[in-house]
Design a protein around this ligand. Structure first.
Ligand code: PSU
Ligand code: MN
Length: 305
């Protein structure tokens, strides 16, 4: 696939041509991470937040077999409201194109397409990782593999708390992915600010993050970087409280025979039910908080370029 085959929105194309800061956003969080219509409200808010901070948002998705970088409101609506938009990880990108399908891109696919489009920073909610019990079922998200081979900064609130966080961090270490806590000394656990697990590196300034990335590029290191930005305090659900709901959701998934790519959306949806919508508020707030930090880092990257 050539760069010229990507369908850019006008403002993203203009920003990329003139070196203005651009922030990539994913579409699986819209199509599979949140219910309608909250997902659409979230997608719009994320975009307008980036714009207010002087950064052009580039939500990435596949529509009718075309890679779209920067979506209009109609396109966001399709992703948010259509049932059955396939969840597309890196291995499914080419298939969705061949079949002229729609595709909601996960962290892995969005990183890959962002890089192809010339965007080096991306904000999401929480990345996928090593699932609990992975020693038995081998469920390890392709997000981790992509982080190890695609040079894009991913701003997250850590890995989703439904995962095995120590194993996720071990994997990232093995795959040589820098993991940086933004103004925190513990690895955040998505809905919770703390997990009890120390974070390898802490940085308090976005310029230092931008410089680290720029150094990686100059060194010819191909891996991405994971920035862990804790959920704002007022929206946090403490780890101890959350764990009960997570265990319940995991048990329900097992009973219903849900695995593979359906597992993460199922768990997130079930947890929204079990917490009476509180986890959705938290998810929304942490993802917007990541857009804010992502926009800040995007500005610094543009200054360094
Ligand atoms: N973050 C959220 N909600 C989500 C996701 C991330 O706040 O729905 C999505 C991302 O697209 C991530 C995917 O890449 O979940 C991970 O899925 P899996 O565990 O199947 O790799
Ligand atoms: Mn999986």
């Amino acid at each position: 696939m050539k760069k010229s085959q990507i369908s850019y929105s006008d403002d993203v194309r203009e920003a990329l041509n003139s070196g203005k800061p651009v922030l990539a956003l994913e579409s699986t969080i819209i199509a599979h991470g949140m219910p309608y219509p909250e997902n659409l409200e979230f997608a719009r808010e994320a975009e307008s937040m980036a714009r207010d901070l002087g950064v052009i948002p580039a939500t990435i998705a596949i529509l009718n077999g075309e890679v779209c970088v920067g979506l209009d409101d109609q396109q966001l609506k399709v992703l948010a409201s259509h049932d059955n938009v396939p969840k597309v990880a890196t291995r499914e990108i080419a298939i969705a194109l061949a079949r002229k399908l729609h595709g909601a891109t996960t962290v892995s696919a969005t990183m890959r397409l962002a890089q192809l489009a010339g965007i080096n920073i991306f904000a999401t909610g929480g990345i996928g990782g090593v699932h609990r019990g992975a020693e038995k079922d081998f469920d390890v998200s392709a997000d981790l593999i992509e982080l190890s081979r695609t040079p894009v900064i991913v701003v997250s609130a850590g890995a989703k708390a439904i995962l095995d966080l120590p194993k996720t961090l071990e994997y990232l270490e093995t795959m040589s992915v820098p993991v940086i806590g933004y103004a925190c000394s513990e690895f955040p656990a998505f809905y919770s600010r703390n997990s009890g697990i120390p974070i390898p590196v802490r940085m308090d300034k976005s310029i230092e993050i931008a410089e680290t990335f720029s150094n990686q590029r100059q060194l010819g290191i191909q891996s991405g970087m994971l920035i862990a930005n804790p959920v704002p305090e007022e929206y946090e659900i403490p780890f101890g409280e959350m764990d009960i709901f997570i265990r319940q959701a995991l048990g329900d998934a097992k009973l219903a025979g849900i695995d593979g790519k359906r597992l993460t959306p199922f768990l997130l949806g079930r947890i929204v039910e079990l917490t009476n919508g509180r986890s959705l508020e938290s998810n929304r707030a942490l993802a917007l908080n990541n857009v804010k930090l992502g926009a800040e880092i995007a500005q610094k990257l543009a200054e360094l370029a």
